[in-house]
Design a protein. Sequence first.
Length: 196
Amino acid sequence: MTAKIVEERLRLFLLGLSGAMCLGTIVELWLAEHTEQLLQLLPFILCGLGLAAVIAVLRRPSRPTLWALRLVMGLAALGSLIGVYEHVASNLEVVREVNPNLAWMDALWTATHGAAPLLAPGILVLAALMAIAATYYHPALGNRDAVTRSKMVSDTNLGASASTQQSADGQTGFGGGRDSQSTLYECGSPAVSRSG
């Protein structure tokens, strides 16, 4: 199996997993009746957009669809942070109502493991990271060829520099006329040189 096939399968796995996480989150939120306030609809919208972007990339991977996926998943990750804040704020409000004399740090600690799960919105960050990782050096973006060409040019320039140095020194390498073996042996306490 070639590296290209492995890379393609890994991309499909990451995109599929990201899409499944978006779809699963929609189902879970619907079952939990996460629709009481307008702000609670935000994860439905972000997951729907994320799922649509993943499907678009799976159907037609191109520069515009890949950049759209990155943008949507970036928004989903930001939305996830809003969700974490809202969950902590909601829990903190309940803790303050139940025990108004509780010290602020104690109230915050209690709020982190309250009725609204603190890390549940983090699922959107995971889905976003997987989808964005699947776009890294994607062939449809065309940057791999540019990087390869750039590396080939720098390797060619390095080779030209080495041959210029070799002709100037009359020796191979960059050692100023000394061979690299003698330099290695001089590092020990007795200065022993293999160059003769």
